[in-house]
Design a protein around this ligand. Structure first.
Ligand code: UDP
Length: 459
C-alpha cells in the first residue's frame, strides 16, 4: 500500500557553517552534500567573499541542482569584498574569533540554551584533536612549555596512545610558545574540551586509519562518528546514484590551472613529485629557492604550486622569483598558481606529494595511494606529519628543516631509493581507506548511523 506522505515527518534541516578557509569549506561542503543526498534540507552558510569565489570558479548551479532543499546563504566576514585576504589576515581572524567565543560563549552554549541538538565536526585530524584534549595533562605533568630548541626531540609521556612517538617537536605549532598561559593554545584546548558536551562528534577519518586514537577520544566523547575521508565517501555515493560520469565538483576558491594535467599526461608513470602547501601557508623567498634547488638537484620532475601572494621577500619582493625559477626549470618542472589537486594526486604520473600536511591534503594523498614528504607549517600539521612518517610509514618528515641537500635526499628516497617500500605501504593504506567508504565499510556504515541519529534527534 502506498504510504501517506503527509504523515511522514519533514526532513531534518541542518545548518552547516564552516570557518572561512578553503580546507574547512572543502570538508564541510562534502559533509553537507552527503546529508543532502540523504534527503535532508541543508543551509550552507558562507562568507560573501568566499561564496562569490565559489560561484566564480565552480559550476555551482549545475552541481547543486541535484539536491532538493540545498540553500547557500551568506554573511559578511567584516571586510569589504575588494579587500585582499592574506594568510595572516585569516590567522588573526581565527584568533579573534576564538577570543570572541571565549567571551560571548561557544556555539554549544547557544545551542543548549535554545535546546537545539548540536554536533561538532572537527575538520582537522583526530590525532591533533586528541593532543589538544590532553594539553592540560601535559602541562600538569610539567612536560610543557618546551625548554628551547635542544628540548624539541624529547618524548612526551602524557598523551595516551602516543607515548612511543610524540615529541615536543610534533605538538601542534601553538605549543611552541613559551608563555603557555597567555597563548592561543588555551582557546584551542577549551574549544576541544567543549566537544565532549556536544550531542556527537564527527571526524573526517576512518576507523582503519585512526582506530587507536578514536578509542582514546571515545573515552571522553562517547558518540564519535568517523565517516571519512569525506571526499572519497561522497565520490562513492554520487557514483552509485548518478553513475561514473557524474560531474566532479572541486569547490575551489582559486582559479584552477588545468594545463598541468596536460603536462602530467606527457610524463612517465610515477615520475613526478607534486609540491603544494595548501591554501594558507606562506614561504620566504629564501625557503622557496632552497626548496627549488633541492628539487632540481634530485633530477626528479616536479609540479610546483605557488599561490599568488604566498612568497614573502624583503621590501615586498617575492613573486618575481617564481617567474625566474619557472624560466630556469623549464625542462624539469612545471609551476602553477593553483592545481586541481585531487585530479593531480590521482594522475598516474604522480609518484610523491611534497605537502604541508593540511588534513585534507593528507587524506587526499592517502586515498590516492601517494607517499608523502612532509614539511608542516602550523597548527595540526606538525602532529599529522609525525603520524604519516612514524605510525603509518607512508612518508618522510622534513619538519623544521629547509635545506636543499635534505630536500634532494628526501625526494630521491621517496621517488627512487625507497620507492618500492613507500609505494607498497601507501597502496595498502589506500586500499583499506577506500574500502571503508564502500558499501559495508566502516565509514559508510558510520555515516548511515549518523543520518539515522540526526533524523531521531530532529523529531
Ligand atoms: N588545493 C587545491 N589546489 C592546490 C592546493 C590545494 O585544490 O593547488 C586544495 C586541496 O585539495 C585541499 C585544500 O586545498 O583540499 C587544502 O586543504 P588542507 O587541509 O590540505 O590545507 P589548508 O589549506 O587548510 O592549510
Amino acid at each position: 500500500m502506498e504510504k501517506d506522505r503527509s504523515l511522514q515527518p519533514p526532513p531534518p534541516h541542518v545548518l552547516v557553517f564552516p570557518f572561512p578557509l578553503q580546507g574547512h569549506i572543502n570538508s564541510m561542503i562534502k559533509l553537507a552534500e552527503l546529508l543532502a543526498l540523504a534527503g535532508f534540507k541543508l543551509t550552507f552558510l558562507n562568507s560573501h567573499y568566499n561564496h562569490e569565489r565559489l560561484v566564480k570558479f565552480n559550476n555551482i548551479a549545475a552541481h547543486f541542482e541535484r539536491y532538493q532543499g540545498f540553500e547557500f546563504k551568506t554573511i559578511t566576514d567584516g571586510l569589504p569584498l575588494d579587500h585582499p585576504r592574506s594568510g595572516n589576515w585569516f590567522l588573526d581572524m581565527y584568533e579573534e574569533a576564538l577570543e570572541m567565543k571565549m567571551k560571548s560563549g561557544f556555539a554549544i552554549d547557544v545551542a543548549k540554551e535554545l535546546e537545539i541538538p548540536i554536533i561538532y565536526f572537527r575538520t582537522s585530524s583526530p590525532c591533533s584533536f586528541w593532543v589538544y584534549y590532553s594539553i592540560p595533562d601535559i602541562i600538569q605533568a610539567g612536560e610543557l612549555p618546551i625548554k628551547g630548541s635542544e628540548d624539541m626531540n624529547r618524548l612526551l609521556t602524557t598523551v595516551p596512545g602516543m607515548e612511543t612517538y610524540l615529541r615536543c617537536r610534533d605538538l601542534p605549532s601553538f605549543c611552541r610558545e613559551t608563555d603557555i598561559e597567555d597563548s592561543i593554545i588555551k582557546l584551542y584546548v577549551k574549544q576541544t574540551q567543549k566537544s565532549s558536551q556536544a550531542d556527537a562528534l564527527i571526524l573526517n577519518t576512518a576507523e582503519e586509519l585512526d582506530g587507536p586514537i578514536l578509542s582514546q577520544i571515545r573515552t571522553k566523547c562517547p558518540r564519535v562518528y568517523a565517516i571519512g575521508p569525506l571526499h572519497a565517501q561522497l565520490n562513492t555515493r554520487l557514483k552509485a546514484k548518478h553513475g561514473e560520469s557524474y560531474d566532479h565538483f572541486s569547490n575551489t576558491l582559486w582559479e584552477v590551472d588545468k594545463s598541468c594535467i596536460f603536462w602530467l599526461d606527457k610524463q612517465p608513470n610515477r615520475s613526478v613529485i607534486y609540491v603544494s602547501f595548501g591554501s594558507i601557508t606562506s614561504t620566504s623567498r629564501e625557503q622557496l629557492v632552497e626548496l627549488w634547488y633541492g628539487l632540481l638537484n634530485s633530477k626528479t620532475k616536479f609540479l610546483l604550486v605557488v599561490r599568488p601572494n604566498s612568497v614573502i621577500g624583503k621590501d615586498g619582493e617575492g613573486e618575481d622569483v617564481v617567474v625566474e625559477l619557472m624560466e630556469k626549470s623549464k625542462d624539469q618542472g612545471y609551476i602553477v598558481n593553483w592545481a586541481p589537486q585531487e585530479a593531480v594526486l590521482n594522475h598516474p604520473a604522480v609518484g610523491g606529494f611534497f605537502t604541508h600536511n593540511g588534513w585534507n591534503s593528507t587524506l587526499e594523498s592517502i586515498v590516492a595511494g601517494v607517499p608523502m614528504i612532509c614539511w608542516p607549517y602550523f597548527a595540526d600539521q606538525q602532529v599529522n606529519s609525525r603520524v604519516v612518517s612514524e605510525v603509518w610509514k607512508i612518508g618522510l618528515d622534513m619538519k623544521d628543516i629547509c635545506d636543499k641537500k635534505i630536500v634532494e635526499k628526501m625526494v630521491k628516497d621517496v621517488m627512487v631509493d625507497q620507492k618500492e617500500e613507500f609505494v607498497q605501504s601507501a597502496a595498502e593504506m589506500a586500499k583499506v581507506t577506500n574500502q571503508s567508504v564502500n558499501v559495508g565499510g566502516s565509514s559508510y556504515s558510520n555515516l548511515d548511523h549518523l543520518i539515522e541519529d540526526i533524523r531521531i534527534m530532529s523529531l
